[in-house]
Design a protein around this ligand. Structure first.
Ligand SMILES: [Cu+2]
Length: 227
């Protein structure tokens, strides 16, 4: 008899719908679980406009949105805005930059990303201009971006020396002859550009472009070559 009773109890526990009264409690207990969804609601506001890639949110705990990013709810909530972000981001996939004449326009955003990962400078150009626009909203001090061009083999050391040089130097060591070109550091909503001699890219290489703001080079970098 006891055994039989416990079986029924177990059955009730498993089939919640079969046991009216008791099943209500587990359901109520489960209800608070979505509570984390509340903070998640605020997360998409920060995450959505930033980038269409949910992956970024997960790999950027620095933004403070990390807890929300782990919540599947956040991904769902972002879906709608994500479409817009993907559209506005355009080439944000990180592919080859569209070069017009002897210049290229690239973007940096609040998710610490450039919208291109490769730039091919036409060999017919004697000078080349890189136009950088920071499409984010964060200020330079928090999410500054620039474009520094250097030999790939020098990137790490140039970045390290830039950090030593500090914010006042735009995170680029003054007179650094390893630097082929470097824009000033800008914040959200700003634009800048730099023009350099293409002949500087024709010897050696491969070359890379990157952002020298502390910690950004890991994500904000790409290849630049003469094609
Ligand atoms: Cu940057």
């Amino acid at each position: 008899m006891k055994f039989h009773a416990s079986l029924i109890a177990a059955a009730c526990a498993l089939a919640l719908s079969a046991c009216g009264g008791e099943s209500q409690q587990p359901v109520d207990t489960a209800a608070p679980a979505p509570a984390p969804a509340t903070p998640a609601d605020t997360a998409p506001v920060d995450t959505a406009p930033v980038d269409g890639a949910p992956v970024d949110g997960t790999t950027t705990p620095a933004t403070g949105t990390a807890p929300a990013a782990t919540d599947p709810t956040a991904a769902g909530g972002t879906a709608g805005a994500g479409t817009d972000a993907a559209t506005s981001a355009g080439a944000a996939a990180g592919g080859e930059a569209v070069v017009t004449g002897c210049s290229v326009a690239i973007e940096g955003n609040d998710m610490m990303k450039f919208n291109v990962s490769s730039i091919t400078v036409p060999s017919s150009c004697s000078e080349f201009t890189i136009n950088l626009t920071h499409v984010g909203r964060l200020p330079e001090a928090a999410m500054g971006h620039n474009v520094v061009v250097t030999a790939a083999s020098n990137m790490a050391s140039v970045a390290a020396d830039g950090i030593s040089a500090g914010a006042s130097a735009g995170y680029v060591k003054a007179g650094d002859d390893r630097v082929v070109a470097a824009t000033e550091m800008i914040g959200g909503g700003e634009s800048t550009s730099v023009t350099f001699d293409v002949s500087k890219l024709k010897d050696g290489g491969p070359y890379q472009f990157f952002c020298s703001f502390p910690g950004h080079a890991a994500l904000m970098k790409g290849s630049i070559s003469v094609g």
